[in-house]
Ligand binder design. Structure first.
Ligand SMILES: CC(=O)NCC[C@H](N)C(=O)O
Length: 130
């Protein structure tokens, strides 16, 4: 069994920070679960372009308010608030807009290895444990 607490991830190599978000990674590829599990903050008043071409991601919002613009499907906009889940089942390119700080529980398949951060196109590289 694996037990971890959020406080133990902050400011370690299990936390990745960008201009618009901070991702605290509870489970990574090396944990052998077949998915990664993150507690992610999206900062208030930000817009984040994302395109996970190499991963499927499901996101459950537990705090905050904003919206997702689906750039793969004609710019469709979906409101996000606590209790909303979205799954990028078609690797959709999207824009994540946070009105207030949003707290998201994210699951990735295949699992992230740990150091991934967005490239200039909002993509995570496909890494494997060495
Ligand atoms: C919700 C979302 O996609 N935020 C960007 C960060 C990423 N999901 C992560 O936690 O690695």
């Amino acid at each position: 069994m694996i037990i971890r607490k959020l406080a133990d991830l902050v400011d370690t190599d299990r936390e990745q920070k960008a201009d618009t978000w901070a991702s605290r990674r509870f489970l990574l590829s090396g944990d052998g679960m077949g998915f990664s599990l993150h507690d992610t903050l999206i900062f208030a008043g930000t817009e984040t372009p994302i395109h996970y071409q190499n991963h499927l991601e499901a996101v459950y919002c537990i705090e905050g308010k904003g919206r997702i613009k689906d750039l793969t499907h004609d710019g469709e906009v979906h409101e996000i608030e606590a209790g909303t889940m979205y799954a990028l089942s078609e690797n959709e390119k999207h824009l994540l807009i946070a009105d207030t700080q949003m707290r998201m529980i994210c699951v990735f398949n295949p699992p992230l290895v740990g150091p991934e951060t967005h490239d200039e196109n909002g993509v995570y590289p496909l890494l494997t444990d060495s």
